[in-house]
Design a protein around this ligand. Structure first.
Ligand SMILES: C[S@@+](CC[C@H](N)C(=O)[O-])C[C@H]1O[C@@H](n2cnc3c(N)ncnc32)[C@H](O)[C@@H]1O
Length: 297
């Protein structure tokens, strides 16, 4: 068994040594740094029995390092011309499967139905296109109200540094925001290393960082996850305002003050001062404020 491309490709012939011109439309920046590649692979803590999903293999520079260390690698690449190149480059690996398509819309489980050796990848390792980081995170982790049914064991991603900072930010820090709460509700997040723009060709306008996400099997439980999502939207709607002002359409100031004190939170706190656990606790205490629920007598 070699590798498979789901759609038949007609593309220019590539010399394996040449690096294809990066296409802006697909946010292509080729990683050049051996040090960064080594850190990504080490962060994935691979076992030979593991199945990897890679998003955007590009020229295959990371894929080539993953293949000898895992049972299988399935990679999703949108650029048809690159798929042609990858097929040529990685033809000697029989544990590689290439799917051509848009990661965001591709039904990967359905595509893998006829390839048992590649089904149910348990880790994700990728240098992703930065322009779709949010939707990729959502597809991998799900949302607070709809977490991934069968979460990955580990996700290692190279992302824009500014996004990375938000993912692992601590409460009350500059970077802590609604994205931090949403993602940290679903996964433990840690910084592995920073990667300067010059580590890529062509260099992106921003620096990057490798992050490791460990999806939680038992997440901090919100009794009404949709309500928590609504509260986060309201709470972070105006970053400079105190939380009690941002939430005044759903709860009276006095009651919120009392609840915040009960949670050991300063009543003058802003949304970013609450930890994920405090957000969950607050939403659980405020379930009676949901639209359509009458206030307690
Ligand atoms: C930043 S480059 C990384 C390439 C390679 N992994 C590396 O480290 O050099 C992002 C890759 O994602 C691919 N890509 C962009 N949008 C995609 C999408 N929606 N689905 C799948 N792949 C996509 C690009 O074509 C490109 O190969």
């Amino acid at each position: 068994m070699g590798f498979f491309i789901v759609q038949t490709l007609l593309a220019p012939r590539y010399n394996e040594q040449m690096t294809p011109k990066a296409r802006k439309q697909f946010a292509q920046h080729w990683l050049r740094s051996e040090a960064a590649l080594n850190q990504i692979v080490a962060a994935a803590q691979l076992q030979k029995s593991e199945r990897i999903l890679e998003i955007g293999p590009g020229t295959g520079i990371l894929t080539r390092r993953l293949l000898p260390q895992a049972e299988s690698v399935v990679a999703v690449e949108i650029d048809r011309d690159l798929c042609k190149l990858l097929v040529q480059k990685l033809r000697s690996f029989d544990n590689f499967l290439l799917l051509q398509g848009d990661f965001l819309t591709l039904d990967i489980d359905a595509q893998l139905a006829s390839f048992p050796a590649f089904q149910n990848p348990n880790k994700v390792v990728a240098n992703i296109p930065y322009n779709i980081t949010g939707p990729i995170l959502e597809k991998l982790l799900g949302t607070i109200s709809q977490p991934a049914a069968d979460p990955f064991d580990l996700i290692v991603l190279l992302v824009q540094k500014e996004v990375a900072e938000r993912l692992y930010a601590k409460p009350s820090s500059r970077a802590f925001g609604a994205l931090s709460v949403r993602v940290q509700y679903l996964a433990e997040c840690e910084l592995i290393c920073e990667v300067p723009a010059k580590a890529f060709s062509p260099p992106p306008k921003v620096d990057s960082a490798v992050v490791r996400l460990r999806p939680r099997r038992v997440e901090p439980q919100a009794t009404e996850p949709k309500w928590l999502e609504t509260l986060l939207k309201l709470g972070f709607s105006s970053k400079r305002k105190m939380l009690r002002n941002n939430l005044k359409s759903v709860v009276e100031c006095d009651r919120l003050t009392q609840l915040l004190e009960q949670l050991d939170v300063n009543p003058q706190a802003r949304a970013e001062d609450l930890s994920v656990q405090q957000w969950v606790a607050l939403s659980n205490l405020l379930t009676d404020c949901r639209p359509g629920i009458s206030a307690p007598i």
